[in-house]
Design a protein around this ligand. Structure first.
Ligand SMILES: [Zn+2]
Ligand SMILES: [Zn+2]
Length: 349
């Protein structure tokens, strides 16, 4: 069968790999359909693994952690409601079950996080075996929106960290796919959203997914915009999806006293911060890593009810044979890429 194999940093080769054997008793064999490519795929592809959870990278690797798939075969002990032919979204995460976060019910922050498509082979191949506990039925959702469940789950988890609720004002820094998912999910929860992004087309999408305000400008100018939008108080919640270390300092200035900043975007760089801002404003600055199973389930429901809006985020599509071009498209600021999809499909061999 066909797979896109990242052999070493910057080297992705599409070629034949062996098919998986029969599924284990609690595993399913799935046939990936649409695979989303995101910033962390790019970090992995370029060997910038310092910016990834776990920081382990083993080449060669078949990437792809945001994907929809059709169940091909189920293991003998799988629950009866999981059937061949069902379309699923794959929750890529499994925890070790032994570390403190795993024992505390927060496997999404496991110290030896194990993600499909990063720490083990993922969706950029025609068949793969995954534990049945990691597949979530998506009902009548099409393959492309179903591939957006994973990025949506990241947004759901980040908003959950901040306890975002109805009527609250939320600033989302960055209107890439995760920022847009956060803007959509927060708006759907009844929050009022302002998004920031330097790219006008992305600001346009932020308004389309439910933000009431989308802005850009210098640091002082953006701060003024947030102050004006919040009646001079600052925002109760700021979600940073940029992966830009400078954005964290900006977020601590935008957030109101007693407010919450959630950092979702990943970076290996150091963020310069004035530490006095923490006690002065008594702010909470929280990290958000991946998503839990309940977040993933909530993301399925959100994508189901906003599938038309989400379709506007799919900017580019490539077949599996051109997977490398898809990654390069995400990397190229001039491409106008928002969510880039790779279509796997096709008969095996
Ligand atoms: Zn991703
Ligand atoms: Zn663990």
């Amino acid at each position: 069968m066909l797979a896109a194999v990242t052999r070493s940093p910057g080297v992705m080769v599409v070629g034949q790999v062996p098919e998986p054997g029969p599924p284990g008793p609690l595993d399913v064999i799935v046939r990936p359909e649409a695979v989303g490519i995101c910033g962390s795929d790019l970090h992995f592809y370029t060997g910038d693994t310092g910016a990834l959870s776990g920081a382990r990278s083993v080449f060669p690797r078949i990437q792809g952690h945001e994907f929809s798939a059709i169940i091909e075969q189920t293991g003998g002990d799988c629950p009866g409601d999981v059937k061949a032919g069902d379309r699923v979204a794959v929750w890529p995460l499994r925890g070790c079950g032994r570390c403190y976060p795993c024992r505390a019910g927060r496997a999404n922050a496991c110290v030896s996080l194990d993600l499909v498509g990063i720490h083990r082979d993922g969706g950029l191949q025609q068949l793969l075996s995954v534990p049945v506990s990691q597949v979530f039925g998506v009902g009548d959702l099409g393959p492309e929106p179903a591939a957006f469940v994973e990025p949506m789950s990241i947004a759901v988890h980040a908003l959950g960290r901040a306890g975002v609720g109805g009527g609250q004002q939320v600033v989302v820094l960055g209107a890439g796919p995760i920022g847009l998912a956060a803007a959509l999910a927060a708006s759907a929860a009844g929050a009022r959203v302002m998004a920031t992004d330097p790219v006008p087309a992305r600001r346009g999408l932020a308004l389309k997914v439910g933000a009431e305000n989308a802005a850009w400008g210098g640091d002082g100018e953006l701060l003024d915009t947030v102050q004006a939008w919040t009646g001079g108080w600052g925002a109760p919640t700021v979600i940073d999806t940029t992966g830009d270390p400078g954005a964290l300092a900006q977020a601590t200035r935008m957030v109101c006293s007693a407010g919450t900043v959630v950092v979702v975007g990943m970076s290996a760089a150091t963020a310069p911060l004035r530490s006095g801002v923490f006690p002065e404003k008594e702010i909470d600055v929280l990290g958000s890593s991946c998503a839990t199973a309940p977040d993933f389930r909530a993301a399925v429901a959100l994508v189901q009810s906003h599938r038309e809006t989400i379709a506007a985020l799919f900017s580019h599509r490539f077949p599996l044979t051109r997977a490398r071009e898809a990654i390069e498209c995400v990397a190229d600021p001039a491409s106008g890429a928002v969510k880039v999809l790779i279509t796997v499909g096709g008969p095996v061999s």
